[in-house]
Design a protein. Sequence first.
Lengths: 105, 166
Amino acid sequence: MPTKDIAGVTVEVNEEGYLTDPTQWTQAVGEAIAVEEGISLMTEEHWKLVHFLQKDYAENGVMPTIRRVKSTGGIPVKELYALYPGGPLKKSSKIAGLPKPASCI
Amino acid sequence: MSDNNNKITKVSIVCSKGSLEGIYPALIMANGARMEGIEASIFFTFFGLYAVLKNFNTKIKIATVGNPAMRVPDAKGMVLPTFLGALPGMSAFATHMMNKEMEQLDIPPIPEFIEMIHDAGGQMFACKATVDMFHLTTDDFCDEVEKVLTVGEFYELSAGAQIIFT
């Protein structure tokens, strides 16, 4: 398993850079991944999505779809794309220390 | 088309069919492109236009006739012969079953999907030749449709894009 030194700690990642052990995630790790993904400042709105993904994944064991982020997470699609331009669900999942979403929706 | 890393950066999808199995692939591909940060637009033409026609895009059905791959009650069931597929209510029934499956996968109904793609920054256009042929006006379309385009304008807008015909 490849590892990566980030935010002063060593975490296990897969070949695409997604954390493989969610327990290794800290807010500092999330912030550092965000910078790598081109998001230099994580605002409260950014964290709202990350926290929803983490909660929903912990409860259901699968990554939510964009539609679920909208209907259950209460984050409008427009806002999602504005917060995380260029692949909102992929980027936010990576920042959240979760697996890459496997759904087409 | 693609940047230096050979990544697709822009797609133009032509949606030409008005059946459920004709429309969804176009919408899924457009939405999926946006999810990957790929620029996406859909050009609705011929019967594909029904996907963006107000009051009609809620009534899209699966074609149960002339589809030799159609099986009942599920994908590995018996072949549905065309003469049975023509029975009244068969298309509505197959559509109902399919919609149930899609809801479970979080695939939205067509009007909601159109709105999602629009909110995700996908652009949608209607084909002028079809609009004229079907005697439609811009008022007939849902608000997410940006413009009625000639095929020439569509090609202009598609500069640098991969064009996908569905």
